[in-house]
Design a protein around this ligand. Structure first.
Ligand SMILES: [Zn+2]
Length: 396
């Protein structure tokens, strides 16, 4: 397939996806559009729907083509965050408008543009018979921006239960801060949310000896967690960061000592920590600072572990493909928020590379049309090396 046709297909796919109003949990035809394209390109396509009580049913897509050899997966999501007031956008967020070389729309970079580039590249690999006896798989979910319970986690389990092997994965989330080629993500920090409640005794401010004010105790606890830093960072990770997101007393009166005060914090942690180790560190600091004050500490059940994809041939192969197309060596980073890579890493090594993230989740989200073509070429080049001689060392 020529570079021009590859770029044209990536743009066509991105526009088609942008015209679906797939704000989580809606799909609005996004996955059916992908399915039709992939089926036409020779993929076997399945559309499992997952649901559970209390959360909406979610459409997902699994497509695969090729032989019994190593399987390269392109993963992504077709759901998007809400656009806000469409009147604040320069173009209708669901029209897929191209103006002055830029494609506009909610999801242009996060991540319908990335999905479009990966589908065009995967189809090209199959049409050009470039995979040899290997296979290309596509994993798409409509539940990444939402609670993520009926998406990638269940889709990976579903693929495993049918006995299909996935060997290496490229996830097309936006990873570049400024320009295509800046950055590959080779891991992510973990995330843990904790809550502190200090219980005092309500009373009149003029009679403090009859009350127990929880606010000075909570202030000591907050300070004890804010300092000193948890660590100084590691070879591939920034220092862990603990941020308070709210401190609440909820007391409208100026003459009442409140009965309780609470605070919530989130920790983005590196590979020195796991949730149990952090919980122990937090509890030890709070016990020292509370100095006898009574408090309760709890952690949200949803947390994620820090992970790092092993450096070596697969990461090198992706970085080489990026460098050949963009002329720059991408930084290998673990910064940013969580992504579905935190689930995929349990199944196979995963590397993230996609578009420039500057306008993600923002008004006037947009991508240079030229970047879509370049990203499709990079994905095709990754597949070519993966299935070619230079990728042979990956599979032994
Ligand atoms: Zn995303």
């Amino acid at each position: 397939m020529t570079d021009d046709r590859l770029a044209a297909e990536a743009l066509h796919l991105a526009q088609g996806l942008l015209r679906c109003r797939s704000v989580t949990p809606a799909d609005d035809g996004a996955l059916a559009f992908c399915a039709a394209y992939l089926a036409e390109a020779g993929f076997t396509v399945e559309r499992p729907v997952f649901e559970e009580p209390g959360s909406p049913a979610i459409e997902n897509l699994y497509a695969r083509a090729g032989g019994a050899g190593p399987c390269l997966v392109f993963a992504g999501h077709t759901d998007v965050v809400p656009p806000g007031d469409p009147a604040t956008w320069r173009h209708d967020p669901f029209a897929g408008t191209v103006e002055d070389g830029w494609l506009h729309g909610r999801g242009a970079v996060d991540m319908k543009g990335g999905v479009a580039a990966s589908l065009a590249a995967a189809a090209a690999v199959m049409r050009d018979r470039a995979a040899g006896d290997g296979a290309v798989a596509i994993l798409l979910t409509g539940d990444e921006e939402g609670p993520a319970v009926n998406g990638t986690v269940k889709l990976l389990r579903w693929v495993r239960d049918r006995g299909d092997r996935l060997d290496h994965c490229v996830l097309g989330e936006p990873t570049n801060p400024e320009a295509l080629g800046d950055m590959i993500k080779i891991g992510r920090r973990g995330s843990l949310t904790g809550r502190i409640v200090v219980e005092g005794r309500q009373g009149h401010v003029a009679y403090p000896h009859l009350a127990a004010n929880p606010i000075p105790v909570l202030a000591r606890l907050v300070t004890a967690l804010a300092e000193p830093p948890l660590d100084a960072g590691t070879a591939h990770f920034d220092p862990s960061s603990l941020q308070f997101t709210t401190v609440d007393v909820g007391n409208p009166a100026t003459n009442v000592v409140p009965a309780a005060a609470s605070a919530v914090f989130n920790i983005r942690f590196n590979d020195l920590w796991d949730p149990d180790g952090l919980a122990a560190e937090i509890a030890a600091r709070l016990d020292r600072a509370a100095a006898g004050g009574r408090y309760r500490l709890s952690f949200d059940p949803t947390n994620s572990l820090a992970f790092l994809t092993k450096l070596g041939p697969f990461v090198d192969l992706v970085a080489d493909a990026v460098q050949r197309e963009t002329g720059r060596r991408p930084a290998l980073s673990t910064t940013g928020g969580t992504s579905d890579a935190r689930f995929i890493k349990d199944v196979c090594p995963v590397v993230e590379f996609g578009l420039v993230g500057q306008t993600m989740h923002a008004v006037d989200e947009r991508v240079p049309v030229a970047d879509l073509g370049a990203l499709a070429r990079i994905y095709r080049a990754i597949a070519a090396s993966y299935f070619g001689a230079s990728g042979a060392g990956l599979h032994t």
